[in-house]
Structures are given as C-alpha cells and as structure tokens.
Design a protein around this ligand. Structure first.
Ligand SMILES: [Zn+2]
Length: 251
C-alpha cells in the first residue's frame, strides 16, 4: 500500500521533493511506502520526475499509475551504478513545471464547471487535461443564450482579485445532504468516506482527488472556446491556460 501524501492538505500539493522507502519492484516499476507523485486518473495526467539514491544514481519517472492500493512509478534505465532493492531509501523529485501546470488547469476546470452550472444549470460529466488545455464535457447542448465572451469575463472575475482554494474532508452523510448544489455528475464510489472537497471561495465545492492551486490568482488568464456538440446530445467546452513559470515556494 502506498500513502498518497499529496492528498492531505493544500500545502502537500506544493511538495516537490520527498524521501520514501521502496516497498516493491514490479517489472519496470517502483512502489514506495509514500509518494507525492500524482498517478494518472480523474482526467489529470500522471506526474513525471525522478527517483534518486544517496550515491547519486537516478531513474527518470515517465509515468505513474494506481495498482490496487499501490502506486507504481514507471522508471527507465539508471544513471549511475547502483541498483534499487526493497528497503532502499530514495529521494523523489517531481517535474514541478508539469505538475504546477496541471494544478492550474485542474483548478481552472473546477471554476469553469462551476460558472457554467451557475449560469446555465448544465453539469459536467467528465473533464480531461493535457498540456495547457482542458476539455469539459457537459450533460447537454450549449444554450444559445450564453455568449462565450460573457462566460469568459464571468470566469475572469474570479481570477483577478484571487479566491482562496481550500481542501476540506467531510463525512459521506454530510456530503450527500446537498446533491443539487453540485456542478459535477461523476458518481463517487460507495466506499468513499470521508469525502475530499475542493472549495473555491464563493464559487464551488466539489469532490476531487486531484491536485489544485491554493488561490485562483495563480491560474493566470483562462481562454474559452465555443463548445462543440458531442454524440448523445452532450457538448464539449475547451479551455486553455497560458504558459507561466511555476512559483518556487519552500512548501
Ligand atoms: Zn479537482
């Protein structure tokens, strides 16, 4: 089992280097007792980075996946002469520019989904992120009454002054009390309790296991494209964020 250390609170999402112990070595992969690498899922791509032993031998991490309760870090050939064994102590380092872009994109997606829901009543069925772009698949066609520049300005009003983004863990019973207030349609597995809620101040509260920025001001400008129809009557709204240098907090 791997402890998902990036989940605990807002600060954990900003940890870029960490120490951990190797607990298993499946072919081409490494399982650690704890990790800050995000494994692909929920529309958010996996983190990349490196694992390093005390003697300097290092391995690039190209992909990270869940395997039951374990997280598998996919590694290539080592740079250096040492080899990994179960029990080895390693230092993990994330590709911070990549991870921080995903944090900005993911928070942008929450905010846009929330403002679409507030303005149109349309809920989000699924979302995906890649590079500097994300797509939001809505449950129905785009209503003619809402122009994209108006929605973009609406979303922008939540970026400029900056809104805090908080992580709250609530009981499943508490979470189920207000189903009509949620902008997303993704069903939670029945065993999820407590529920991890990502709250954008005065904008949104939505269950999520991904990584997010601490304040919407960190996202930078969000550009929206006119939605396209999808089969089955859904529609797809696309957003992009700009390339920005990530912050260098001490975490
Ligand atoms: Zn999220």
């Amino acid at each position: 089992m791997t402890e998902l250390a990036y989940l605990s609170d807002g600060a954990a999402g900003y940890v870029r280097t960490f120490r951990a112990r190797v607990t298993a070595l499946p072919p081409g992969g490494v399982v650690l007792d704890r990790t800050y690498f995000y494994p692909v899922g929920g529309g958010q791509p996996a983190d990349q980075g490196s694992l390093r032993l005390a003697d300097g031998t290092s391995w690039a991490v190209s992909d990270v996946t869940r395997s039951g309760a374990a997280v598998v870090h996919r590694i290539g050939r080592p740079k250096g002469g040492a080899s990994l064994t179960v029990g080895s102590e390693i230092e993990g380092e994330l590709d911070w520019a990549r991870r921080h872009r995903h944090m900005r994109l993911h928070t942008a997606q929450h905010l846009v989904s929330a403002r679409v829901f507030a303005r149109t009543g349309l809920r989000t069925r699924r979302a995906t992120m890649a590079g500097t772009g994300a797509t939001i698949d809505l449950e129905a066609g785009w209503p003619e009454g809402l122009a994209i520049p108006d929605l973009e300005a609406d979303v922008g009003s939540f970026l400029g002054p900056g809104r805090p983004v908080a992580i709250r863990h609530v009981s499943r019973v508490e979470f189920e009390k207000f189903p009509s207030a949620r902008s997303g349609l993704v069903a939670l597995a029945p065993q999820v309790d407590p529920v991890r809620i990502i709250e954008i101040d005065e904008a949104d509260a939505c269950p999520c296991g991904g990584t997010h920025v601490r304040n919407t001001a960190e996202i930078g400008p969000i550009a929206l494209r006119r939605p396209t129809p999808l089969p089955g009557g859904e529609s797809r709204l696309s957003l992009t964020v700009s390339e920005l240098a990530p912050p260098t907090p001490a975490a």
